[in-house]
Write a protein that binds this ligand. Structure first.
Ligand code: QZP
Length: 411
């Protein structure tokens, strides 16, 4: 932590300053020491490199997410301020919107992703996960990223949405683009954007009603949107949210799940002893190793943030970086936050956000985690690392590029 301080107004306290770069390779590779530094520095910290504010404690991140009138989304939830810079793609009607537009869009999407609608997918998802895990276990070892974490969401989710079979290989590169684009225009962003054109063309085309299986959720979303008065173009943009948010996030989540279990044999043993803990175990993975580490809000007015030393004033129109992954390990909120413990009550973690923008697909995400961890619990007796894991660095997502594991089949 440096002694640099934030902009000081007339009678206000200056916030602690930090020259940490949350988008540097060092930070992205192992964010946890820096998280501690940021949480300990204060409830709100001024990041000198980007001239933005940061919150890393659970209470402040939670409060900001639940106060969208003060911490808005319509200026973008990345570093880029949509009121000053042209967005890299037409803004999302769901993510990058505030009330009342957001409320309307959210209602349309919620009608398609209801808990009963997601529950109906369970048997099919479980069967797919069981088959996939059986084929991997038969081999004794595999790469848990490319052969498991990437396989399941890239097959199951697009099938459910009713996307064309052709071109699904564009889904992961599109996710890499979108999630890197929430950060600065650094190496990660530029690399993800190489070859963006065919990817974006496929995404746009696949969101049109004529491209979709009429029995899928995509067609249902179009119908739901039209009933609420959206145009076809707007309905397609709403469906784009599924394609952006629904694949990469679960890939990272499943990869992190296998890593957590392989690195904590006692926890895998507990899961094996009681496979009905699969859902709780995935929740703890999201707390302990959050795939979505950060996103931003923009202040709509001057906000006072109370600190033990006094009040810090954040001016209106400023970007605030919310560290979900740091909030999820805040010792002020969690007992033994650095311990991966599938028996803990992980509810209240911010891995799916909170407030009116909280992940609308979280039921689907939980189901995907549950079925894969259930299959592992039932079919695998031993799960161990079989070589070094390699991180996949991304400006928003935290997870792995490679995770070799060795497995022994359960009898
Ligand atoms: C991404 C969209 C963690 C989030 C920022 C995930 C996300 C949600 C929605 C969209 C994209 O609407 O495009």
């Amino acid at each position: 932590m440096t002694s640099t301080t934030g902009p000081v107004g007339a009678a206000q306290l200056s916030a602690p300053g930090s020259d940490l770069d949350p988008f540097s390779d060092e930070f992205l590779t192992d964010p946890y020491p820096a998280h501690t530094e940021l949480r300990e520095a204060g409830p709100v910290v001024w990041l000198t490199r980007y001239r933005i504010w940061a919150m890393a404690r659970h209470a402040e991140v939670d409060r900001a997410l639940k106060d969208p009138e003060t911490y808005c989304s319509s200026a973008g939830v990345g570093l880029s301020d949509f009121r000053k810079e042209k967005p890299w793609r037409p803004p999302s009607l769901l993510l990058e919107a505030d009330a009342p537009e957001h409320t309307r869009a959210r209602a349309v999407v919620s009608r398609v992703l209801t808990p009963p609608a997601v529950r109906r997918l369970k048997d099919d998802f479980q069967r797919r996960a069981d088959e996939l895990v059986a084929s991997l276990v038969a081999r004794g070892g595999f790469d848990a990223v490319s052969e498991l974490a990437e396989v399941f969401p890239v097959a199951a989710f697009p099938d459910v949405v009713g996307l064309p079979e052709q071109g699904r290989e564009h889904l992961l590169p599109y996710g890499a683009m979108a999630f890197n684009a929430f950060g600065p225009r650094n190496e990660h962003f530029h690399r993800a954007m190489e070859g963006a054109e065919p990817v974006q063309r496929w995404i746009t085309a696949s969101c049109q009603p004529e491209a979709l299986d009429p029995a899928g959720l995509g067609a249902k979303l179009h119908q739901s949107a039209r009933e609420s008065g959206y145009t076809v173009e707007e309905a397609a943009l709403l469906l784009r949210s599924f394609l952006t948010a629904g694949v990469d996030t679960t890939v990272y989540g499943l990869g992190n799940a296998v890593a957590c279990l392989a690195e904590h044999p006692d926890q895998f043993a507990a899961l094996r002893a009681d496979p009905s803990m699969a859902r709780a175990a995935f929740e703890e993975v999201l707390r302990f190793s959050s795939p979505v580490q950060t996103f931003f809000r923009t202040t709509t007015r001057q906000v006072s943030v109370d600190t033990p030393e006094g009040t810090v004033e954040i001016p209106g129109g400023d970007k605030v970086l919310l560290f979900l992954g740091a909030a999820n390990r805040d010792p002020r909120r969690w007992d033994r936050p650095e311990e991966f413990d599938i028996s803990r009550r992980a509810v209240g973690h911010l891995g799916y956000g909170a407030g009116p923008h909280a992940c609308v697909g979280q039921m689907m995400a939980r189901l995907e985690g549950e079925v894969v961890l259930t299959a592992l619990a039932q079919q695998v007796a031993e799960l161990t690392p079989a070589g070094p894991a390699r991180p996949r660095l991304n400006n928003t997502l935290h997870g792995l590029d490679r995770l070799p594991v060795r497995v022994v089949a359960a009898d």
